[in-house]
Design a protein around this ligand. Structure first.
Ligand code: MRU
Length: 355
């Protein structure tokens, strides 16, 4: 077993990010000192995964204003301008907007106009978001574990793992907890074309943790399910709409359709900051389209004819009716999601909603 890789750290007044674009070949940490560094790290996906993007963006916003000298009004208008700048980095993961808006609100609500005090409050808030993420994921893992059994096989897509969060991951959290409890289980990790987060990240982090992980290409999922090797599909999410429709890495909807066909439960691991009640349905979730080279070039060379037309949506939306349950840190939510997601936010205790 190898030491866990830490995707995000605040150290020596800088944001230290594990560069996820060089994994699994090279483990390289990079210091981000400016908001521009952080913007770039998010866009090129050195840091990625909805919760990690949110945490990085929170620190990034602090970095964007920490050197400002001037009066309260100029500080607040800079904070809002820098918020808008970061908001343009990636559109789908709602955690980004949730985190930077939380920082802006912190400054708006503060009972001081002293800008040095405001800067300190912003850093504190970013650190709090970071710390909360760890606890959220552990609770998601505990809740998911109640739906799973020792001896089973699980399939996951993309990387909703420790590398995508502060710790444990969301969809992978039950795997880490099951391992701690001595369960005997297998994880099938979809390779996840075109960026290969399943092979470069999920297979890597689970293998380093000593978890029994088997890498498959995306088009093998149906075969593996048909052979009875999978008892639950567990995925992360970038944004859950108010009706339960869920945006996650491209290919997730296919996994959900397969799971339904084979009668396998399909669980979405969702921290509450990823649930966006302001977006009514999946149709309103902005879907990022990325560079066509992600599809046409593999391993540093062309794997398609030059100038071929390419469509490269980075996410798809799984319709709510394909989802067995949305598992959050506060509890497990069942259909009807529109009604039950609202209840989840209305109440504060641990609970199961809708079953
Ligand atoms: C806990 S991470 C959840 C999602 O963000 C994850 O499943 C995913 O789709 C990541 O996409 P990415 O494009 O790598 O940022």
């Amino acid at each position: 077993m190898n030491e866990a890789l830490n995707s995000i750290e605040w150290k020596n007044d800088a944001l230290v990010l594990l560069d996820q674009t060089t994994l699994p070949n090279e483990i390289r940490y990079e210091e981000n000192h400016t908001i521009e560094d952080v913007w770039d790290s998010i866009v090129v996906m050195k840091v990625r995964g909805a919760p990690a993007i949110g945490v990085a963006a929170a620190y990034g916003l602090y970095l964007g204003v920490r050197c400002h000298e001037g009066d309260y009004e100029s500080f607040m208008s800079l904070l809002k301008a820098k918020r808008d700048y970061l908001a343009g980095s990636r559109p789908t993961a709602v955690n980004l907007f949730w985190a930077i808006d939380r920082l802006v609100q912190k400054a708006v609500d503060a009972d001081t106009k002293d800008i040095e005090m405001l800067k300190a409050l912003l850093l504190e808030e970013a650190q709090l978001i970071h710390k909360e993420d760890e606890e959220i994921n552990r609770m998601i893992g505990e809740n998911l574990l109640t739906l799973l059994e020792d001896g089973q096989g699980f399939l996951t897509h993309c990387n909703a793992g420790a590398l995508a969060t502060a710790k444990y991951g969301t969809a992978t959290a039950p795997f880490y907890l099951a391992k701690e409890r001595g369960w005997n289980f297998k994880v099938y990790a979809d390779e996840t074309r075109p960026r290969l987060q399943g092979s470069t990240l999920t297979a890597l982090e689970l293998q380093r943790a000593g978890i029994d992980v088997t890498l498959i290409t995306d088009n093998m999922a149906a075969m593996v399910m048909s052979q009875g090797k999978v008892q639950a599909a567990i995925v992360g999410c970038d944004r859950v709409a108010a009706n339960g429709d869920t945006a996650n890495k491209i290919g997730t909807m296919g996994v959900a359709i397969l799971a339904k066909h084979f009668g396998i439960p399909f669980y979405v691991a969702a921290p509450t900051p990823t649930i966006d009640l302001a977006t009514p349905t999946g149709a309103e979730i902005p879907i990022e389209e990325r560079d066509t080279e992600e599809v046409t070039n593999r391993f540093g060379q062309w794997s398609a004819p030059k100038d071929v037309q390419v469509y490269n949506p980075a996410f798809d939306v799984t319709p709510a009716d394909l989802i067995t349950a949305i598992v959050t840190e506060k509890g497990i939510v069942y259909a009807p999601f529109e009604e039950n997601l609202k209840k989840l936010f209305a109440e504060d205790a641990q609970h199961v909603v809708g079953k």
